[in-house]
Design a protein around this ligand. Structure first.
Ligand SMILES: Cc1cc2nc3c(=O)[nH]c(=O)nc-3n(C[C@H](O)[C@H](O)[C@H](O)COP(=O)(O)OP(=O)(O)OC[C@H]3O[C@@H](n4cnc5c(N)ncnc54)[C@H](O)[C@@H]3O)c2cc1C
Length: 381
């Protein structure tokens, strides 16, 4: 039987795979393989949808800054007009955490304007913060809520418009190197491709193993979130416009979400790659931390979920060709930042797949390829 042949096969239909496939489809014949019956079922469909240029290690912050223009001005032909909605970021601290706050401000304030505010200002922005709980905060007014579904669907629309071929229910089962290309055995049949892009999220290490690529030491970590009702006495407009309020050491966060509150204990529990589910213990921990910091009695959990944020040791993404498996490209380890960095990461990864120079606007943010190349991880896997 003649196998369908593609220039590039992208494995994984989450935001990473969909966005890089959309970029690559402008120049190449691209196959996008997703094991579920629809793309976005795993981590991409479970995020808190925040854009915070002050969040994550330096390469992440650079990629986030480089993504802002796309979010603000995505092509209307594919993306619904408003991917962004203003959501200030407020990282609060207790008195004893102030050294952490000051270090963070010194680090991130160089590239993103932030303000150090006092307790009165904190409580004005979020009246739910308990009196006497927080002594100071870092305020970033440039934060945004992201419409993740529109972003993801927009990339898939763009991918199809450029002739891309999406196959769902197409779990990749085997990868064999043959005649300078790859043979892919999947649940939906066999395909061949010159190049493979591994965007399989929590499963990326497994896909690397199938290709006999180098191990990268990827660890999926479970994070839990829940939706609860806000306090009755809080006026709806205050509830809607409040900043996302995050503990400076990321022990919890609380964010307005369509008239309700999204709360999380910011847990990072190592997990095998799987369909992650919330654990009762993490929900209980979440309620305890939130009730400790905010004037809120959680009466009822309206909904809850968990998702896997996958990290390598330095918490930076893994973007580049394998030095072991030929024409096998890593696009993994986006951790807790894969939505806000997706536009820049997709363009950067596509340029690297095609062995072209990095787009100049991304380079201008100070991205150093050696900080994201898989070769930095050799010996750590
Ligand atoms: C609670 C929570 C809050 C978060 N909040 C934010 C936030 O506010 N901002 C932000 O930027 N990020 C956030 N993140 C992180 C963000 O969601 C992830 O970084 C991002 O979704 C990762 O995208 P991905 O495409 O790599 O992974 P996924 O969306 O998991 O996609 C990988 C895909 O690969 C497929 N796949 C796996 N194995 C195979 C195979 N063998 N064959 C075919 N397909 C396969 C899977 O089915 C899956 O669809 C959050 C995550 C969580 C869990």
């Amino acid at each position: 039987m003649v196998k369908e042949r593609f220039d590039v096969a992208v494995i994984g239909g989450g935001i990473a795979g969909a966005s890089v496939a959309a970029e690559l489809s402008k120049d190449r014949r691209v196959l996008l393989l997703e094991m579920e019956n629809q793309p976005g079922y795993h981590t991409t469909g479970r995020s808190a949808a925040v854009f915070a240029a002050v969040y994550g290690p330096s390469p992440i912050r650079a990629l986030t800054r480089a993504s802002r223009a796309f979010f603000a001005n995505a092509p209307e032909a594919y993306f619904e007009s408003t991917l962004f909605r203003s959501r200030p970021i407020m990282m609060i601290c207790r008195k004893e955490q102030e050294p952490v706050l000051d270090r963070t401000i010194a680090q991130v304030g160089v590239m993103t304007p932030v303000e150090r505010i006092n307790e009165a200002a904190i409580r004005k922005l979020n009246p739910m913060v308990k009196t006497g709980y927080a002594s100071a905060a870092m305020l970033d007014m440039s934060g945004e809520d992201i419409d993740v579904s529109s972003l993801h669907q927009g990339y898939l629309r763009q991918f199809r418009a450029f002739g891309g071929d999406l196959r769902c229910n197409a779990s990749v089962l085997g990868l064999v190197r043959r005649d300078k290309g790859w043979q892919l055995e999947t649940e939906a049949g066999e395909f061949t491709a010159d190049t493979i892009v591994n965007a399989a999220g929590a499963w990326a290490e497994h896909i690397g193993h199938l290709a006999r690529a180098e191990p990268i030491g990827l660890v999926p970590k479970r994070r839990t979130a829940a939706i609860v009702e806000g306090p009755n006495e809080l006026p709806p407009d205050v509830l809607t416009s409040m900043p996302i309020t995050i503990d400076i050491e990321e022990n919890f966060y609380l964010k307005p979400d369509a008239g309700r509150l999204l709360i999380s204990p910011a847990d990072e529990t190592p997990s095998p790659a799987c369909d992650a589910q919330p654990e009762e213990m993490d929900i209980a921990l979440c309620v305890e931390r939130i009730e400790n910091a905010f004037d809120l009695r959680v009466q009822r959990i309206e909904s809850k979920w968990a998702g896997l944020r996958s990290f390598v040791a330095d918490k930076c993404p893994v973007v580049g060709y394998s030095s072991v498996a030929p024409s096998f490209f890593w696009l993994a380890g986006q951790g807790g930042y894969g939505i806000q960095t997706a536009p820049a990461l997709a363009r950067l990864a596509a340029s690297q797949v095609l062995r072209k120079p990095m787009p100049s606007d991304i380079a201008a943010e100070g991205i150093d390829l050696s900080e994201i190349d898989p070769s930095r991880l050799i010996g750590r896997g």
